[in-house]
Write a protein that binds this ligand. Structure first.
Ligand code: ADP
Ligand code: MG
Length: 464
């Protein structure tokens, strides 16, 4: 019918606008490398902040003692404790609790309310500590704070918030030292603890990865948002005017989610999503790649199909108009539905959108839309990984030189969305060629961000 033809035109047009041929991905990577240099050259020199993290030495595996971490950065936050055994013993014991953050606190007016909520959970966690964890007597408890938003650090344990991302927006916190805010909240709760390290989740993941594997040199997060960190030569950071670290190295938090380039394939659905978001114009790369947004992009395409091509019948099902009603886990479940009649797709359309009349033919189109969105995201993240590899000089294999490059990966999107992960790896293989690709390992580092923060708290302990 004419409506079906119209629907197929809309899908085809979307597919073309999202296409990521290798040539384009190379342009994206080239653009990112230019921005990396600019961001390292001067503060504010690029959309890529390339933040100096004050982490100039990564864990060695010899860290020892009981340390804590708070991991705040997306939908959930975690409190954890880690008993480190010292050289050769690794992590002896670990426990965590995970709490979802009430949406009212994410966009409220008061940063005190958010920090009070977090510290209340932390205090409870400490109060319930069992005897299987051994704090050192007469020592203040020490904590690594994973705070996964762009922060300009002034030392390993202080830094001011530049802006919120990923659905957070509490104006008064911008420009404040987040460690001071956390410390004040601890004082209000009578909790005696010291924040020894403030780290981004990428940096935590890199540190946690290195603790377990000496070949880890970068970390990529694909969760609610997306970001990356890597080990840079300190002498290659012109904007760094501090003393050159002994190691000669400095971990850089790229804040790559804010990357933007004319080469990024964007559709009108992405532009509208951005325009209606809490942070229009910001985090464009993140908005086409990460878990917070992929479902919403698919919803917008389906909604347009309903409106312009009567894809679901003569009226537009009202639920299709509700922003963020379709989560990325549902996209991944529909995309990876292997049943012959696409039962999972039918169920999700019914449960989420109250659409019960889908034919098999329609379900196939829905799966195709999910695959377009996932493939674009995965391939663009591969381009990002390529730029890091190139910046580190690890994109070639030199005669007689043997190195392995391990990238610690974390985030629910990477962990659970198998097709996305496979697509990323295949694309990286294409971009690097087999010989180089063989020297690379993308290693899932589950919850590495919190673990890494606790380990960095250990390596920056005041009792060392
Ligand atoms: P955060 O990034 O907030 O620290 P996670 O790393 O746990 O949290 O990532 C959560 C994100 O992962 C969610 O926003 C969701 O979009 C995505 N996600 C979780 N499970 C799945 C899944 N099964 N398939 C696809 N994406 C998923
Ligand atoms: Mg996380």
């Amino acid at each position: 019918s004419a409506k079906w033809v119209k629907a197929m035109e809309i899908v085809k047009d979307f597919e073309i606008k999202c296409s990521t041929p290798i040539s384009r991905l190379r342009q994206v990577a080239d653009g990112m490398i230019v921005e990396m240099h600019a961001g390292l050259a001067s503060e504010g020199g690029s959309k890529l902040k390339m933040l100096v993290t004050y982490v100039d030495s990564l864990p060695t595996g010899k860290e020892k003692g009981l340390f804590y971490a708070l991991d705040l950065g997306g939908t959930n936050f975690r409190v954890l404790r880690l008993q480190l055994g010292g050289k050769g013993h690794g992590i002896i014991n670990q426990q965590f609790v995970e709490v979802s953050i009430p949406p009212s606190l994410m966009t409220g007016d008061s940063s005190d309310a958010l920090f009070d909520f977090i510290v209340a959970k932390l205090a409870k966690f400490i109060a319930q500590e069992g005897s299987d964890f051994k704090p050192t007597p007469d020592r203040q408890r020490e904590l690594g704070f994973t705070f996964s938003f762009p922060v300009v650090q002034t030392s390993i344990a202080s830094g001011t918030l530049l802006k919120w991302t990923k659905g957070f927006s509490i104006n008064e916190a911008v420009g404040r030292d987040v460690v001071a805010e956390l410390t004040k909240a601890m004082e209000r709760h009578g909790l005696d603890m010291r924040v020894s390290a403030l780290v981004n989740d990428t940096v935590g993941t890199l540190a946690g990865g290195r603790f377990a594997n000496n070949d880890v040199v970068a970390a990529v997060i694909l969760g609610t948002g997306s970001n990356a960190a890597y080990v840079e030569r300190a002498s290659a950071i012109p904007k760094w005017h501090g003393p050159l670290p002994k190691s000669g190295e400095m971990v850089i938090n790229m804040e790559w989610g804010n990357f933007k380039s004319a080469h990024l394939p964007l559709s009108e659905y992405d532009l509208e999503l951005d325009a209606e978001s809490l942070n229009p114009g910001d985090q464009i790369y993140e908005k086409v790649m990460s878990g917070m947004y992929l479902g919403e992009i698919v919803r917008r395409v389906l909604s347009w199909l309903a409106q312009e091509a009567a894809f679901f019948g003569d009226t537009v099902p009202p639920k299709l108009k509700v922003p963020f009603i379709l989560g990325t886990p549902a996209v991944s479940a529909m995309h990876q539905d292997t049943s012959p009649d696409l039962k999972m797709v039918a169920n999700h359309m019914k449960d989420i959108f109250e659409i019960s009349n889908t034919s098999l033919k329609m379900r196939k189109v829905i799966v195709h839309i999910c695959s377009i969105v996932a493939a674009r995201g995965a391939r663009l993240s591969a381009a990002g990984v390529l730029s890091i590899m190139r910046k580190m000089g690890r994109d070639t294999v030199k005669e007689g030189e043997k190195h392995r490059t391990v990238i610690a990966m974390d985030g629910g999107l990477y962990e659970h969305y198998t097709e996305y992960r496979k697509c990323l790896e295949n694309c990286l293989h294409e971009l690097l060629g087999t010989e180089v690709f063989k020297t690379i390992v993308l290693e899932l580092s589950r919850d590495g961000s919190g673990i890494g923060a606790a380990i960095l708290a250990a390596s920056h302990s005041k009792y060392l």
